[in-house]
Ligand binder design. Structure first.
Ligand SMILES: [Zn+2]
Length: 389
């Protein structure tokens, strides 16, 4: 397979894990179903020419998004504050008052709803996992929600602002997808397009293997993302990171790719090549260190839980091959309690369960939630050791 972002054949292997769950945000009702969950392979490859990373073993035919998909982060106050600030900034920056918005891959509709609350304008949200009964926004009546994957069939949907957040990393033919978005905009050069997705730079530098999983078949850096947008006929308006540098943000509009500002972050190829080398050289030792540490805790009789039952937890546990070294994974999203993690089969429990369980240690799957979680633990009278991966 060639590079899905630029077509180059200059791909080299970076990281490989066989037989990982094909989905990591699916709600699974029983432990057996979770253990029997369909599996695919990870074979992450790096494009020497454009700095893009892809899972060349990705099996799109095993992926089925549905309303059982539980990706929302809005139960976290840290995340809600981030989303509110983002909506306010986007409305102010692009003067979206009263304007129309379209969100491709809107999930449960939280972002498009909050954006339309602030802008006062109408909207359209498209996502196969949308759940109308979960949307209590006053703006919901101004928004048309379509439970489907975005495709050229929806090119008649015009808007002043098009958002696509945490979706591109689930799409293998990235160039075709961005080109499709560009083509549907046609001559609408005033339409602002905003994409947000996880950043590959941090995954490489921190050897954050838990952020590499089957559902995410592509990994961008700011530079490789900007190169793709320029290649597809966009003029780039802004290029930056957010959420403690975990997310990449790009704002663009249809136009001359050579027009407008060049961003320093676009000159990242040499750095990314060096980061890929360091990842290749260090990842085995990192995995072994963490496995050994888990074994030590088990031998010392310590009760350890993970906090955060999203994709990171699924990847962390399955990549390290964790089985009964730990029993539970905690999540604040009530829709996940009593369900099981795909692949590893760990049960998802509520934070309140910990009062009874009395864990000795809590591993937090995302450092941005560490303070919020420590405060939640303290509020329940618990003070286990806690740290972020
Ligand atoms: Zn490439």
């Amino acid at each position: 397979m060639d590079c899905q972002a630029c077509g180059s054949e200059a791909l080299s292997d970076v990281f490989r894990v066989d037989r990982v769950p094909v989905h990591s945000c699916m709600m699974v009702a029983s432990r057996q179903q979770a253990l029997d969950f369909p599996r695919g392979d990870l074979r992450v490859q790096f494009c020497e020419d454009c700095g893009f990373l892809q899972n060349s073993a990705f099996s799109a035919d095993l992926i089925h998004y549905s309303t059982d998909y539980e990706e929302t982060q809005v139960f976290s106050s840290t995340f809600r504050a981030f989303q509110t600030r983002l909506c306010q900034e986007q409305v102010a920056k692009h003067e979206l008052q009263g304007k129309s918005a379209l969100e491709i891959g809107c999930g449960k509709g939280e972002f498009i709803s909050e954006l339309c609350e602030i802008s006062g304008g109408p909207g359209v949200g498209i996502d196969p996992g949308y759940r109308p009964e979960r949307n209590e926004s006053e703006a919901a009546s101004r928004i048309e929600f379509i439970q489907d994957l975005y495709s050229p069939a929806y090119k008649h949907l015009k808007a002043d602002y098009v958002a696509c957040r945490h979706t591109l990393e689930h799409i293998q033919p990235v160039r075709e997808f961005v080109q499709m978005v560009r083509d549907t905009l046609d001559e609408a050069t005033d339409t602002v397009v905003f994409f947000e997705l996880p950043g590959g730079e941090r995954v490489l530098r921190e050897m954050a293997f838990w952020d590499i999983y089957h559902e995410h078949c592509t990994y961008f850096t700011l530079g490789s993302l900007a190169r793709l947008f320029r290649r597809c006929g966009f003029e780039i308006l802004d290029l930056y990171t957010g959420y403690d540098d975990q997310y990449l943000m790009i704002e663009a509009r249809p136009g001359d790719p050579d027009h407008g500002k060049r961003f320093e972050a676009e000159q990242d190829l040499d750095q990314i090549r060096a980061d890929v080398e360091a990842f290749r050289g260090g990842i085995e030792a990192k995995l072994k260190g963490l496995s050994d540490q888990l074994d030590e805790w088990v031998q010392a009789g310590k009760k350890v839980v993970l906090w955060g039952s999203g994709s990171k937890a699924v990847s962390y546990l399955t990549t390290l091959g964790v089985t009964d070294q730990l029993q539970y994974v905690v999540d604040i999203n009530p829709h996940k309690h009593g369900k099981f993690l795909a692949g590893s089969g760990h049960e998802i429990v509520s934070p309140e369960f910990l009062v009874e369980y009395q864990p000795d240690a809590v591993i937090v799957m995302n450092p941005i939630y560490l303070e919020e979680i420590r405060s939640d633990l303290k509020g329940m009278g618990l003070e286990p050791e806690s740290w972020a991966v």
